[in-house]
Ligand binder design. Structure first.
Ligand code: SF4
Length: 406
């Protein structure tokens, strides 16, 4: 089985006390010995992941987490690692053994509900004894989905898989939207891909590959070109392209080359719909750029760490464009990796990267967190198009305007 990209997998997290059988349960689901199984409580130190193809959902990753009932310094570290996994979790399995549902499990349920993570209570070890009546009643009264299983005998494991598929949020079951609503069979789509110093050696980046694949899935023709060869390419093709999709960093130049009558958009805007589906929030967010004042702080948030080059997009280019557009003395903070700041309120605007390494759920949570705290959020592509004066044009293929969104 070919491995799906990290940001495209559904994350299923197993939680519960130490030694309730979380590791054995993953083994039973995937049918392999992968997690460390021991009778000694707390054997799992860091969340352990296992990839699996759970059809019809698709590629999933099961995270086997250490117990949240850990004590001491090491326990603290384990708990923090588990919390990090929860920040990207799509579905949770709360594993319960013969002790049943105690205040410990109830606290986890509350936390998962707060984070809006779907929960399945898994009563494990039913080969030893079934769940208590009061625990079943607790699940029913609280609208919790539950399944009875034995990792040892395999009883109930298929029911559990079916329940995971059933409770998965609809957006995880739908075909992710890239160009399907913009491109039809027989169309010609030009993809503009700059190969500069920041481009990875010997390959295209994930959003470019995903968009090209989506064009091919529409039975359309994909034509990939660098911005330096675009004029020549347009002259050499006999038909007018139905759509041009460009990397945001060269959108200004590409908008000058591509005649007005040819629809134009960016990879970033397509990814904003694909990841978290909240282009509307990003368009609302960018309106805030007009209100920035001297001394305001803007957060540049990147979802993965990379080697920083001289002309780095997040650290150099975007701040330079924003300063020049606003004419204000704005401060920028850059945060990268899984680290999304707690103190969001100190920022007047968050400009987020394309999030190709995040799952849609993870990106949705970041957007929701910004909304909850009243902090506008936008993304690189929207911000770059705005400060380069081409935002209205790159939105036209979607029949939306910035005014409508704001
Ligand atoms: S910084 Fe963001 S868009 Fe760029 S590669 Fe990392 S996750 Fe993807």
């Amino acid at each position: 089985m070919k491995s799906a990209p990290k940001g495209e997998r559904i994350i299923i997290t197993l939680l519960g006390r130490r030694n309730v059988g979380k590791s054995s349960l993953i083994n039973a689901i995937v049918g392999q010995e992968i997690a460390i199984v021991s009778d000694t409580p707390g054997t799992t130190t860091d969340p352990v992941d296992k990839h699996y193809e759970l059809l019809p959902l698709g590629p999933v990753t099961f995270y086997d987490t250490p117990g949240l009932d850990d004590e001491g310094y090491l326990g603290e570290l384990r708990i923090r690692a588990t919390q990090r996994v929860l920040s990207k979790c799509d579905i949770s399995l709360l594993v319960v053994d013969e002790m049943g549902i105690t205040s410990y499990e109830e606290d986890i349920i509350e936390e998962l509900k707060d984070k809006a993570i779907p929960i399945i209570v898994v009563f494990n070890k039913i080969d030893i004894r079934g769940p208590k009546e009061e625990d079943i009643s607790f699940c029913k009264e609280n609208g919790l989905s539950y399944v009875e299983v034995s990792s040892k005998t395999g009883i109930g494991i298929n029911d559990l898989k079916e329940e995971i598929i059933r409770i998965a949020p609809p957006y995880l079951k739908e075909e992710p939207l890239l160009v399907q609503d913009l491109v039809k069979q027989g169309d010609l789509v030009i993809l503009v891909v700059p190969i500069d110093l920041s481009a990875p050696k010997g390959r295209l980046i994930l959003p470019q590959v995903q968009v090209l694949r989506s064009v091919l899935d529409c039975n359309a023709t994909g034509f990939v070109v660098k911005e330096t060869e675009l004029s020549q390419a347009l002259k050499s093709i006999a038909v007018k392209p139905n759509l041009v999709i460009t990397d945001s960093q060269v959108v200004k130049k590409v908008a000058e080359i591509v005649p007005e009558g040819i629809p134009l958009t960016t990879f970033s805007i397509l990814m904003a719909r694909h990841k978290g589906g909240d282009l509307g929030a990003f368009l609302e967010g960018i309106c805030e750029i007009e209100n920035l004042e001297d001394g305001d702080r803007v957060l540049i948030s990147e979802a993965c760490s990379h080697h920083v080059l001289e002309d780095d997009i997040g650290r150099v280019k975007i701040p330079k464009w924003v300063l020049s557009y606003t004419g204000k003395k704005i401060e920028f903070d850059v945060r990268s990796g899984s680290d999304f700041p707690e103190d969001l309120e100190k920022y007047k605007l968050v400009i987020h990267c394309g999030a190709c390494m995040l799952t849609p759920t993870e990106m949705r949570r970041r957007v929701l967190e910004c909304k909850r705290r009243g902090v506008p959020i936008t993304n690189y592509g929207v911000a770059i198009s705005k400060v380069n004066g081409v935002l209205e044009r790159v939105l036209k293929p979607f029949n939306i305007s910035v005014e409508e969104a704001g």
